[in-house]
Design a protein around this ligand. Sequence first.
Ligand code: MG
Length: 268
Amino acid sequence: MRLVRFEQDGSVRWGVLEGDSVRPVRTFQHEGPLELEARAIPLEALRLRAPVDPPRNIFCMGLNYLAHVEESPARQVPKAPVWFTKATTSLVGPDEDVVVDRELTSQLDWEVELAVVLGRGGRRIPASRALEYVFGYTVLNDLSARDLQFARGGQWFYGKSLDGLCPAGPVLVTADEIPDPQDLELWLRVNGRVRQHGFTRDMIFSVAEAIEDLSRGITLLPGDVIATGTPAGMGFGQDPPVFLEHGDVVEAEVSRIGVLRNRIRFEG
Ligand code: MG
């Protein structure tokens, strides 16, 4: 199944994408079957939202691809997953503009990532069973204000959590359609130019290992979102560094899921 979230009459609802139309879900649940309405709405008539509804901040892994570690200032290959979070208020949907305050950052960077949405919660989930807890997968762009990231003691939260800095979508693909999350390809394009291209098999810590590590100390909840890190090619790693500008169109893509497209709009 390919799920979308959309706005209707002031509320946000889930729907199942069937060709060019969407069948609304009566009551959405991460566990158990979904009951669909009989009617179908043309996709083009809907304004899509990010296809996730996390119960708290989005969990993110940093430095999870070797080639990205090498282009980052850290340079040290992590021995265990590096965790940070993004505020849920940073989420924006597919085709939504990313509106950024010009006074807060002039170093806005891109990071295409595979995002995992949990269906079941739990604590101490072994890697061997971790994929059974996954509801589905979507594309996430871990947009990052590098100036804020590096100017404030090296913490990653503020510079990655500004409103708008977490585009996700366009769809949430259920786990039955992606039996192996380590067999996907990722791309990121800016105004059509390929800036990142990678493979999830190159993750340092797999999706299953990430769930095992996180759940060893933190009880995971249905709907939790885990962003799994970005391959090489971030703007900050270029020589000279390249950052996003007003009007740029960013496309983050993961095979078997789709293309997440957003336009950058600087204001102020
Ligand atoms: Mg990232």
